[in-house]
Design a protein around this ligand. Sequence first.
Ligand code: BTN
Length: 329
Amino acid sequence: MELGKLEILADRLLAKIRKRPGHEYNPVSLAKSIKANKDEIFSAVTILKRLGYSIKTDHNKKLVFVSAPDRLFEEEILHRLKTKMIGRKVYAYQSVQSTNTIAHQLALSKTPEGTIVVAEKQTKGRGRMGRQWHSPEKIGIYLSIVLYPGIDPKRAPGLSLISAVALAETIKALSIKDVRIKWPNDVLIGGKKTAGILTELSAEIGRTHHVVIGIGVNVNQRASDIPEDLKDKATSLRIAQRKAVSRIDFLKEFLVRFENEYNRFKKSGLRGIRKKILAYSSLLGKEIEVQSGSGKIAGKALDIDNEGHLIIETDKGKVTLSAGEVTLH
Ligand code: BTN
C-alpha cells in the first residue's frame, strides 16, 4: 500500500481505537471494520507509534490505545475540540518562519474565519516592536488565528486584550497563581512574561479587512531553555507549575475561552470583559513610562477604558494611549 493511503488508514485506525483507551481490540475485526487487512493494520500502528502515539500490541497481537503525544497535530487539535468556529480549520506545521505570515496569506485567500495556524517551531517568530520571538521546538505554542471582525481598526487593540484575558484564565485554570496582564499584550506569571500577543491588521481607514492574532506561549521551557538575557524577565508554565503542562490541552482550552470572549466582543465590545481586564492588570495605580508612536510619556496608570485604551495621569493632565511599550518605574 502507498504511504499516502497508509496514512489515511492510520488516521481511521486512530479515530477508532482512541474511542476506548485501554480496550483490547482484535486486529482482525479492526481490519474488517476499517476495510483493510491485518498487515496493513500493523503498518498503520507503526506509523502512529513513530508519531508518538502509545499503542500496546500484546503477545496475542491485541491492540490497545494508551495515549496520544503532546504534539500540535491537526488530528489532536480537532479531537473533541469544543469550539464552533475558532480552530475548526487547522494548518499545523513542523517548522515555519512565522505562523503570522502564513495566516495573512490564508486570510488573503479567504480562509474561513477562525482558521488557526500552529507550528512546533518558528525560525523567524515575530514579536512586537520589530523584536524576535524565541520559538524553540516542541516546548512552546506558536499560534495564529485569522479573524474578519469587520470593526473599525481603532477597536482592534480590544482583540489583544480579549486574547490576553483568555490566556490569563487558561493559565489560572492550571492553578497557577499571580497571573497578570501587562497592558496591552503580555501575560505575566509572578511578574515574568510567559505569553505575548502580536495582533496584526490588514485595514484601511475605518475598515478592517482581516486580523491575525499571533500568540506565543512559553509552555514547557525549563529554566535552562530561557535565553540568558531573558532569565529575569521570562518564565514558562512548566517553571510556574513545577511540572510539564500538556500543550494540546492548554491550546484547546484557550481556543474555547477565546471563542467565547470574541463572540462577546463582537456583540458588545469590551464592556462585558472590562472588569476582568482591570482585575488582571499589572499596571493600575503604578508609576509607569510608556514608549509609543508619539514618544515617551511618564505618569500613573489610572484605568483601561471600554476601547482598551490605557489612561495615565501625567503632570500635564490625563493622557489616553491605544498602544505602547510599558516599563514600570
Ligand atoms: C510579543 O510579546 O512581542 C508578541 C509575541 C508574539 C509571538 C507569536 S508566536 C506565533 C505568532 N507568529 C509570530 O511570528 N509571532 C506570533
